[in-house]
Design a protein around this ligand. Structure first.
Ligand SMILES: NC(=O)c1ccc[n+]([C@@H]2O[C@H](COP(=O)([O-])OP(=O)(O)OC[C@H]3O[C@@H](n4cnc5c(N)ncnc54)[C@H](OP(=O)(O)O)[C@@H]3O)[C@@H](O)[C@H]2O)c1
Length: 289
């Protein structure tokens, strides 16, 4: 497969490129310097030249709080540019796999969200990502994921390891937002699978194991050999100052379409978490994969 990955400089894009390369694809990773996806002419020209079989779009404006004060940029990158990609993919017969988010939901449902549950984003980021899903068009695969962590980027695992390195540092994380932590090492193969199979429509794709942020931090601490009792649970309402963008209380995505298609479910998040911590702290004796 000839595969183009946009946003290849990001934590997910980096690992999608690495995975496709390992699988023997002809993969072209484009970071923002190589292709700004908001540049419609550049998108059409480059995809016209490369003529890939598939495009995995891992590019996004992901600064959730900053999106509140810069919704125009969020819309340009997370929505309008996805339309450029979809148009250019259609011109050359490439299958588009577009990555979206749990933040398209308001988080008030009392069970995990299925793909066909009504969306109701509460933040500028969520609105822009939902608009991007629409502009990706009916032929694209939309992969909604959540709480993404990988080796190459900023994420909760790295933050907790950094904070925990200071024994005097007090740790407090919210216990009233739940989701599925998802690791790029497992998400990247799933996205490639969507591309290979040219699957269409919305797919929830996450690791398994629903936890609150507080519970996730306990798991990270334990996996890294720290005392999980160091973290204290707090409520979102106790955050001082409050974060500009509201987060869904329930972010748990039921991978219903993926499961119904008979595709292999991604692992419980604790397995890729242990592997990532092994890679980030090799002195813990785990073999890098
Ligand atoms: N991180 C999460 O917890 C999470 C949760 C759910 C869904 N997602 C989705 O997962 C996908 C990957 O996220 P991630 O965690 O890998 O984010 P990330 O590390 O921020 O990567 C996004 C990449 O997109 C690039 N980018 C921004 N604007 C661009 C443009 N106009 N043209 C081309 N590239 C551009 C960024 O480059 P610069 O750094 O140079 O701006 C960055 O390298 C996104 O679709 C995101 O919405 C993420």
């Amino acid at each position: 497969m000839k595969l183009v990955v946009t946003g290849a400089g990001g934590q997910l894009g980096h690992d999608v490129v690495a995975h496709a390369d390992r699988r023997g694809d002809e993969v072209i990773g484009l970071d923002r310097a190589a292709l700004d996806i908001t540049d419609a002419d550049a998108v059409r020209r480059l995809l016209g030249d490369l003529r890939p079989d598939a495009v995995i779009n891992a590019a996004a404006y992901t600064a959730v709080d900053a999106c509140e004060t810069n919704e125009a940029r969020a819309t340009a990158v997370n929505a309008t540019a996805v339309g450029h990609l979809a148009g250019a993919c259609s011109d050359v017969g490439a299958h588009l796999v577009h990555v979206s988010t749990d933040y398209v939901f308001d988080g008030t449902l009392d069970r995990p969200y299925r793909e066909d549950d009504p969306t109701n984003p509460q933040s500028a980021y969520g609105r822009s990502k939902l608009a991007g899903e629409v502009l990706a068009g009916p032929d694209a695969a939309i992969a909604r994921t959540s709480w993404v962590c990988g080796e190459h980027g900023d994420n909760m695992v790295k933050l907790v390891l950094r904070l925990a390195a200071d024994p005097d540092r007090e740790l407090a994380f919210v216990d009233d937002q739940r989701g599925h932590p998802t690791f790029t090492a497992d998400l990247a193969p799933a996205l490639r699978r969507l591309a290979v199979d040219r699957r269409r429509g919305v797919h929830h794709v996450t690791n398994q194991g629903a936890v609150s942020w507080y519970e996730f931090v306990r798991e990270i601490l334990a996996a890294a050999g720290h005392d999980p009792g160091r973290v204290r649970p707090i409520a979102t309402a106790d955050l001082d100052p409050p974060r500009p963008a509201p987060r869904p209380a329930n972010s748990v995505l039921d991978n219903a379409v993926w499961r119904a298609a008979g595709l292999p479910m991604l692992r419980d998040f604790r397995a890729p978490l242990a592997e990532l911590i092994g890679r980030l702290s090799p002195e813990r004796g785990q073999t890098p994969i």
